[in-house]
Design a protein around this ligand. Sequence first.
Ligand SMILES: Cc1cc2nc3c(=O)[nH]c(=O)nc-3n(C[C@H](O)[C@H](O)[C@H](O)COP(=O)(O)OP(=O)(O)OC[C@H]3O[C@@H](n4cnc5c(N)ncnc54)[C@H](O)[C@@H]3O)c2cc1C
Length: 401
Amino acid sequence: MPEVIIVGGGMVGLSLSLMLAKAKIKVKLLEAIKYPAETNQTLLEYHSSFDARNSALSRRSIGIYQQLGLWSLLQQHATPILEVQITEQGSFGHATLRAQEEHVESFGQVIENAWLGRVLLQEVRRSEYIELLDAIEVITLTQDQSRVQVTAIQADQSMTFDAPLVIAADGRDSKCRQLLGVGASHHDYEQVALVTTVQTSKPHQHIGFERFSPIGPLALLPLPGDYRRSVVWPVKKGEAEQWLGEENDDHFLAALQHAYGDRAGRFEKTAPRFCYPLSQVLADKQAVGRVVLMGNAAHTLHPVAGQGFNLCLRDADVLVRYLTSHLQQHEDIGTPSVLLAYEKSRLKDQQRVIRFCDSVVKGFSNHHPILKLARNVGLLAFDRIPGIKPLVANYAMGLKA
Ligand SMILES: Cc1cc2nc3c(=O)[nH]c(=O)nc-3n(C[C@H](O)[C@H](O)[C@H](O)COP(=O)(O)OP(=O)(O)OC[C@H]3O[C@@H](n4cnc5c(N)ncnc54)[C@H](O)[C@@H]3O)c2cc1C
């Protein structure tokens, strides 16, 4: 019998199931899509663990994967960020953060999601503590005083499972959140993130760029291979279409070049572009009886600062600590008061990250000349005021939680 049912095997569900397995807790993991076979490298569109995205992992997240014994494998497709440069197109303000000056090895590492997904899935399949069922969709969820019941459909067959604890990691539009009757606040940024990988004529030297352009805040992060960079470019809805499709490769490269200038040299090649609609979705509650909402189901953020998944991993890490320490003294892993205590303990970190991401998006999307001047002065001050950079750097690295 599983002690925990996890609904949703995205980046969060897969990672969390491995954390629980490490603590010798039995997990049943239910995932709606059919995962690729182990040898099949085909990328799935719109699945965080296997699609074309790359994720900036904070030092704390790397530490979590080190504890799981996975970092040596993950590292093969990851590259460190040694410097971060923040600029605004057409402005004088700029700021630079250097790992060496902050006395850290790096600010984190950029990993290809497709590789992260493959490694996580492989480990999940190997684990004796995890039973993985894919191509199965959860459709009902009810609970009584001691158990949670879940009904799911697989190939037209209905199945019922139950466990003392259910963790819902079923994404932004969480079905479980709806089934629990938990509301959520939605804010549509009216943007989509244009995501791809490009090759530049200058090596990246492990520098990450955040460039605030009139089209949208453009992030260029180093990838394995000296000349490959990950692009995340949130643009207004309706503007992305002109850059999609192979026939628009040159047009897209020219737009990037224009927004970036020649800091990265020439933008020479691009992979296909994918679009992700951007919104902020925050659940009103995260612990309801014996069910906890995790990952995007609990909080979906704008990717501007690469914080969303890092925050989710910190949540998962803390939840596992709460569960294991409770299990040492009691038998009931789903004790509602423990789940509420977990939720309470996470609010401060979550709210700080949510406010930070939202204010960066809003602060840099207003093109009023006075606000632009204020941003420039702010960036310059940031670059010069002693003591401020270590604070921001620590925060971005996820060291404070
Ligand atoms: C463009 C972009 C770039 C980003 N870059 C970064 C970054 O650099 N760093 C960072 O920290 N974060 C980043 N993020 C955020 C990060 O991608 C998310 O935090 C992460 O994907 C959340 O994963 P999840 O597992 O919670 O949700 P999802 O990836 O949505 O997974 C949910 C899973 O649940 C399954 N599911 C749904 N409903 C059911 C059901 N009824 N039954 C069974 N299964 C179900 C789905 O099939 C899916 O597999 C980025 C996000 C975007 C959009």
